[in-house]
Design a protein. Structure first.
Length: 351
């Protein structure tokens, strides 16, 4: 489910979205509603930023609405190069199949004509040597027909293999659209999709086995970038991501959900288990040293300690994904206020 909101919450979003929709130069269709529903729910920060650019304008027209919907709400599309490659491949497959069908049709017509001539000669009063010639001609036509069918089957097999390859390329492109290019973790879109699935799947489980969420943020990351440069900052992000991947038990999802903000989503478990996982991650990062290259002396390779602040919470039945995430975010910033490099657990009843 993309929108696991309660009836009350969705009704509130409807009340907030309708006035915004009516101010636009767009008809009140589902794409427009989805756009403004996500805007008022706050679940799509990138969309909010994009819409902020249009706040002082005359309102969105149909073209702008469609573009925003496709880019920020719909499933990730293929990029231009991938789409062109798939289009060319499908065009080639269809052309091959059409050509094969045409050749097979032509060969079938010739074979049909041979059968007709053979039957007329056999039924007519013809000499024996003419009958022999007719049989030989029929056998030759039969061989040609068999070869044509074999060629058609080979082409169809080749086309089927190419279609399977194109399907794999599309699937791979879709998957790449859900991966953070820098760290290799799941990106925000993949995280939101998995979160929605987890919330839906957990409806039949016991309350204590609901999804748990760990949010982590690198402490003083701006200082890392300022002191050592963005290239080294990227190295720090990759190092944190690697540690998360190593610690995350299956089927836990590790994701980069912001600039220096990471998430661990446990589909089902106990809050204490999520807290323990968060503490393991905090300790691992705090005791690690990330080295920089390009220095002559060993002591110059080490960076001051990198640490994480983390927040942990567990979903409760009936709440929205946005409320769930916000509570984890509040727990994270409680760790920041407590001095950083620590874990804060915030249960729903304390929200």
């Amino acid at each position: 489910m993309r929108y696991p909101d309660s009836m009350e919450k969705s009704a509130e979003y409807l009340r907030l979205a309708l006035p915004l929709m009516t101010r636009q130069r767009t008809a009140l269709h589902p794409h427009s509603y989805a756009l403004w529903y996500e805007y008022v729910s706050g679940r799509n920060p990138r969309l909010r930023e994009a819409l902020a650019e249009h706040a002082q304008g005359p309102g969105l027209n149909e073209h702008q609405t469609d573009a925003l919907y496709r880019h920020y709400v719909a499933q990730p599309p293929l990029n231009a190069e991938e789409a062109q490659r798939v289009s060319d491949g499908l065009t080639r497959v269809l052309a091959n199949m059409a050509d094969s069908a045409a050749q097979a049709g032509s060969q079938t017509a010739r074979f049909d004509q041979s059968l007709l001539q053979w039957s007329e000669q056999l039924l007519g009063a013809v000499a024996q040597d003419e009958q022999v010639q007719a049989v030989q001609a029929l056998m030759a036509s039969t061989r040609e027909m068999r070869e044509a069918v074999a060629t058609l089957q080979q082409r169809l097999d080749a086309n089927q293999a190419e279609i399977a390859q194109l399907r794999e390329e599309v699937s791979q492109a879709r998957n790449e659209a859900l991966v953070d290019a820098l760290t290799g973790l799941a990106n925000r879109r993949a995280f939101e999709q998995q979160l929605a699935r987890c919330m839906h799947d957990s409806l039949d489980r016991a309350i204590e086995q609901a999804p748990c969420l760990v949010l982590g943020d690198i402490d003083f990351f701006k200082r890392v970038n300022d002191n050592y440069g963005h290239s080294f900052g990227d190295q720090v992000l990759r190092a944190v991501a690697s540690s998360m991947q190593a610690l995350a038990p299956k089927p836990c999802l590790a994701a980069r959900v912001g600039g220096e903000e990471f998430a661990l989503l446990l589909p089902a478990g106990r809050l204490a288990e999520a807290q323990n996982l968060a503490e393991q991650l905090r300790s691992k990062i705090a005791t690690s040293r990330i080295r920089r290259g390009g220095h002559e002396h060993e002591h110059e390779l080490e960076l001051e300690r990198v640490t994480l602040s983390l927040g942990v919470t567990q979903w409760v039945r009936g709440e929205s994904a946005n409320d769930f995430f916000e509570r984890a975010d509040r727990a994270l910033y409680a760790s920041k206020r407590s001095g950083r490099n620590c874990v804060t657990v915030l249960a729903a009843r304390a929200a």
